[in-house]
Structure formats: C-alpha cells, structure tokens
Design a binder for this molecule. Structure first.
Ligand code: FES
Ligand code: FES
Length: 158
C-alpha cells in the first residue's frame, strides 16, 4: 500500500506537482521525480555538499531536506541558476575559466555554495572562502582552482 502525498514545489520559477511518499528527500524528488539531475547525490548523508541547492536564496543540503518541507519555498537548482537562459551565471563562467573541476561530480554543489558564499559576503580572503566552502568536498582535489574561481566571480558580482 502506498502512502503518497501530493506536493507542489516551486523550482526555478516553475510550479511542479508531484506525488511522493512523505519521507522522500528533496534530492530524490529533484532527481528521480522531476529529472533535474544536475543536483548530485554523493554521500546522501549531509557530508559532501554535492546535493546543495538554494531554498529562499539560502544554501541547503537537499539530501537532508524532505521534499514536503520545501513546499511553498522558492527552490533554485543548478539548472535555474542563470537568469538569462543560455547565458552562464558569473560563477559558472568563472569555474570554466579557472578550470575549477576535473570529473565535475561535485561542481553543481560547489557552484551553488559559491553563489551563496559570495552573496553572504564571505569572500574577503582565500581563507574565508575556504572556510565557507568547506562543506563541499571534491574528491579530485580541485580546491586551489575552486578558490580562485570563487575569488574572481566575487569581483565580477560585486
Ligand atoms: S549528497 Fe547531500 S551532502 Fe552528500
Ligand atoms: S571535480 Fe571531481 S569531485 Fe570535484
């Protein structure tokens, strides 16, 4: 017997209605129910940051958030980051320009965190960027280029 509930999620400016079990995470709702697979599943336990999205502009680990909890909130994923459709967000452009990825698996989460880190004003020094990006792990060790990209994107966005 299924125990599904219908929820309405506002994602990247569009409302999606979906039927899910109450325990389904926002991450699984995005990936498995809405085919928004840009948000990655690394650990599924709140430890890697690969699943980072924005809820009302704040970064959130979607693997630790129930989809139902996100109802009525404004969710942004990597697919909706750029306001201008085809144009890249300045942080995406900086990641490309500074080679801030290797396999790319952590990259969407890094970028979502970086946007929030810049908005929060935590880019005063490389150490500060490192500290506020520390929830996002990169198994490829692309950290020096990630810091560089965040530093440069912060200049463009200021
Ligand atoms: S998948 Fe969510 S923190 Fe790793
Ligand atoms: S680029 Fe491979 S995990 Fe970060």
């Amino acid at each position: 017997m299924t125990n599904e509930i219908t929820i309405h999620l506002d994602i990247n400016g569009k409302t999606h209605s979906l039927s899910v079990e109450p325990r389904v995470t926002l991450l699984d709702a995005l990936r498995d129910h809405l085919a928004l697979t840009g948000t990655k599943k690394g650990c599924d336990q709140g430890q890697c940051g690969a699943c980072t999205v924005h809820v009302n502009g704040e970064r959130v680990l979607s693997c630790l958030t129930l989809a139902a909890q996100a109802e009525g909130q404004k969710i942004t994923t990597i697919e909706g980051l750029s306001d201008h459709g085809a144009e890249l967000h300045p942080v995406q452009a900086a990641f490309l320009e500074h080679d801030a990825f290797q396999c790319g698996y952590c990259t969407p989460g890094q970028i979502m965190s970086a946007v929030a880190c810049i908005r929060e004003g935590h880019t005063g020094s490389d150490d500060e960027i490192r500290e506020y990006m520390s929830g996002n792990l990169c198994r490829c060790g692309a950290y020096p280029h990630i810091i560089e990209a965040v530093r440069e994107a912060a200049k463009v966005m200021s």
